[in-house]
Design a protein around this ligand. Structure first.
Ligand SMILES: *Cc1c(COP(=O)(O)O)cnc(C)c1O
Length: 380
């Protein structure tokens, strides 16, 4: 009999979601926007503590798109983006008709390299265009080098859009990820640390920006009884039903982070005597990760035939889902014609890296994973 599949990142229910949804139906708020949406925003604003304003939207991708709109990014403008990320970080640049400029990762955090960022900015300015924004990413929940990156962006006075889609609950020096940029974004897609089935949010530090985001997310209606539009709007608001799921999920956010961090510890223990496998870790305690996904690098050079693909296939044979790291954007067919600055650090990580099942694992799931590893290393 085939074992039940173990997935990379499954959602986990708190049990409170249905009550909020039921309430939405009972009060007929089965619309986009509504009391659940506002309460969800308030909960998030409280979570971020500092002066944070949150606009709940229908996806993380729409949040990035609105961030570009709010920063006035237009056709022909250039926007710098971390190359190693999910395509949703970069796609909205193209929605605006702007030009993405990709920057390599550095080896400590796997995120945007501050040196190459500066090089890219200087070179783009030399070529005649100062980038309009920088999109940074806290990949897999691991904070990027916040201080170094923001020093560079500030030096050239370029706003940062902080893609915190994978990093709700992560922090740097005690300050929560999502609050470092001019604008931050979250995702509540089904695979993230909490979900609204599909959803996202824009984090800003002023009420003015929040109101602008609301305006553009609801079709840019001017103040008039008839439908009057002076700007192009979008249909990006979160649904009141989805926000109900989000409210239920907020109840277990801390618990989810705790569990994913424990899963990370489980993998560190599992691989600690296996020299060919290195579990990603930032030993600098200023960097606190929600451990959304645990990732490993598998030494490609060892003689025993232990490599990323063989390990992935061993898991697959046991019906356990693992995935290579995000393939860098500058290597993607749709993006390869755009400028890139770096020396293939991200490419090297992509060649050796694997994401392991990291959410909602039972005791039995962990045993199955352990067995695969023991067999795999044993027979090699
Ligand atoms: C998930 C994700 C997004 C997009 O979020 P959606 O809610 O799926 O649109 C953006 N950036 C990164 C890095 C992500 O992982």
């Amino acid at each position: 009999m085939q074992n039940k599949r173990i997935y990379l990142s499954l959602p986990k229910q708190s049990g409170f979601e249905e009550q909020y949804i039921k309430n939405a139906f009972e009060t007929n708020w089965i619309t986009s926007g509504g009391p659940n949406v506002e309460e969800f925003e308030q909960k998030l604003e409280k979570y971020f503590e500092e002066e944070s304003f949150v606009t709940a939207l229908n996806s993380g991708t729409s949040a990035i798109h609105l961030a570009l709109v709010l920063l006035g990014v237009k056709a022909g403008d250039e926007v710098i983006c971390q190359s190693m990320t999910f395509s949703a970080s970069a796609n909205p640049i193209l929605y605006q008709g702007a030009v993405p400029v990709f920057v390599d990762s550095e080896i400590d955090t796997w995120n945007i390299c501050p040196q190459f960022l500066e090089l890219a900015i200087q070179d783009r300015i030399k070529k005649g265009k100062k980038p309009k924004a920088v999109i940074t990413v806290h990949l897999y929940g691991n904070p990027y080098k916040v201080e170094e990156v923001h020093v560079v962006a500030n030096k050239y006075d370029i706003p940062v859009i902080e893609d915190s889609a994978e990093a709700l609950g992560s922090s740097f020096k005690g300050k929560k990820c999502g609050t470092f940029g001019s604008l931050g974004i979250l995702s509540f897609n089904g695979n993230k640390i909490i979900t609204t089935s599909s959803g996202g949010a824009l984090i800003s530090n002023s009420e003015v920006d929040k109101n602008k985001a609301l305006f553009f997310a609801t079709q840019a209606k001017d103040k008039a009884v008839h439908y009057q539009h002076s700007e192009i709007g979008y249909n990006y608001r979160m649904s009141n039903i989805c926000a109900g799921i989000g409210l239920g999920q907020m109840e277990i956010l801390e618990q989810n982070i705790q569990e994913r961090r424990e899963i990370n510890t489980f993998y560190k223990e599992l691989f600690k005597d296996i020299s060919q496998v290195e579990v990603f870790e930032n030993t600098d305690t200023n960097f606190f990760s929600n451990c959304w996904l645990t990732t490993i690098l598998v030494d490609a050079q060892n003689k025993k035939g232990i490599n990323r693909e063989n390990l992935r296939m061993a898991f697959e044979d046991a019906n356990i889902e693992c995935r290579p790291l995000w393939k860098p954007m500058h290597l993607q067919p749709v993006f390869e014609k755009y400028p890139y600055y770096g020396e293939n650090i991200a490419e090297g990580l992509f060649d050796k890296g694997l994401c392991l099942p990291s959410g909602n694992l039972s005791f039995e799931d962990k045993n199955r994973i352990t067995k695969v590893i023991n067999n795999f290393i044993g027979i090699k």
